[in-house]
Design a protein around this ligand. Structure first.
Ligand code: FRU
Length: 324
């Protein structure tokens, strides 16, 4: 009996201590599950995007990132998001394949209290925590202005354009198309003779452009909504025996890898590109501030771009550390 009391006090103290230690360590190691719904994994821009997302999330030991691939299928992406919610994610990051089909699920997640960060392509309305992306209208306008200048220098009257668009239901395609039409207003000799779609994919750009070149051969400019599609159209123009030296091919993305547009400009295929950042690092940093500090982010963060042409491609290669 005599020993019992001090021992039980000791035991109680030890238990308390243990609880205290447990509480302390669980506060230190609270883990957050971040769900990333990516629209596709099958092109170089998305691959770079995913790599940067993994790298950014790797900086935070309290973050676990789960990335899912919608394979360019909006219905699958809706199911992917539902699945992530079932896995009890603390925050959703999404790059939506198309705006309209993803709007309802994004709103549902946001309304349920899970923060949602939308990247690169947008949904309709503003039922999300924040949007991070470049200004696609601005980029399209810059591309149009570049074409306007080029057509003047080349003295092409008219100056005929083939447009190769991204997926029509995705916001960058809509905005890059609208911006381009603004930009070319500076030169009344420019005519968009045909507009075809590649849905962002090089494999689809090639036959779409081939059909356009078969119908009409008098194109001076190919404005593609992304570099992959510009490269696909370039191959189609080569196959159609067009005089490539008299033509301008331009796209958007400006990747620095060896198959990317900066190297393509140096090798003489593309004439211009515009850097399109993905926002992965910014999204992860904001996710961390939202979850660990309760910070309220701005509704929208607009990322910058960079115009890369034959004039500055060499310097851009140094700046972006491109692979040669
Ligand atoms: C990659 C991509 C890019 C383009 C972006 C638009 O999947 O097609 O080439 O800039 O998506 O969202």
């Amino acid at each position: 009996m005599k020993l019992f009391k001090p021992l039980s006090i000791l035991a109680a103290a030890a238990t308390l201590g243990l609880i205290a230690v447990q509480q302390h360590s669980s506060a230190q190691t609270k883990q957050y599950l971040i769900g990333f719904s990516q629209l596709a994994f099958d092109d170089p821009w998305r691959v770079a995007f995913n790599n940067q997302m993994n790298k950014a999330a790797g900086k935070y030991s309290d973050f676990k990132l789960v990335t899912v691939n919608a394979q360019r299928d909006s219905a699958k992406q809706v199911a992917d998001v539902e699945n992530l919610v079932q896995q009890k994610i603390d925050l959703l990051i999404i790059s939506p394949n198309e705006a309209a089909p993803l709007t309802t699920i994004v709103k549902k997640v946001y309304d349920s209290g899970i923060p949602v960060i939308v990247l690169d392509r947008n949904v309709l309305g503003e039922a999300y925590t924040m949007f991070i992306g470049a200004d696609n209208k601005f980029i399209g306008t810059k591309a149009g202005a570049y074409v306007a200048k080029w057509c003047t220098t080349m003295k092409y009257r008219p100056c005929n354009v083939l447009e190769v668009t991204g997926l029509s239901g995705s916001t960058p395609a809509q905005e890059r198309g609208a911006g381009f039409r603004e930009g070319i207003k500076k030169n009344r000799n420019i005519k968009i003779l045909s507009s075809v779609t590649s849905e962002w994919q090089k494999v689809k750009a090639l036959p779409a452009a081939a059909a356009a070149f078969q119908a009409k051969t008098n194109f001076h400019v190919v404005y593609a909504h992304n570099d992959d599609s510009a490269e696909g159209a370039y191959i189609a123009a080569q196959n159609a025996n067009l005089d490539l030296k008299k033509m301008l091919f331009l796209g958007i993305d400006g990747l620095p890898d060896k198959n990317g547009a900066i190297v393509s400009i140096l090798q003489g295929r593309l004439g211009a590109t515009f850097v399109y950042p993905n926002g992965a690092a910014e999204a992860i940093d904001w996710a961390h501030k939202i979850l660990t500090k309760g910070e309220k982010p701005p509704k929208k963060i607009t990322l910058g771009t960079d115009e890369i042409t034959t004039e500055n491609a060499k310097a851009a290669c140094e700046k972006y550390d491109c692979e040669k």
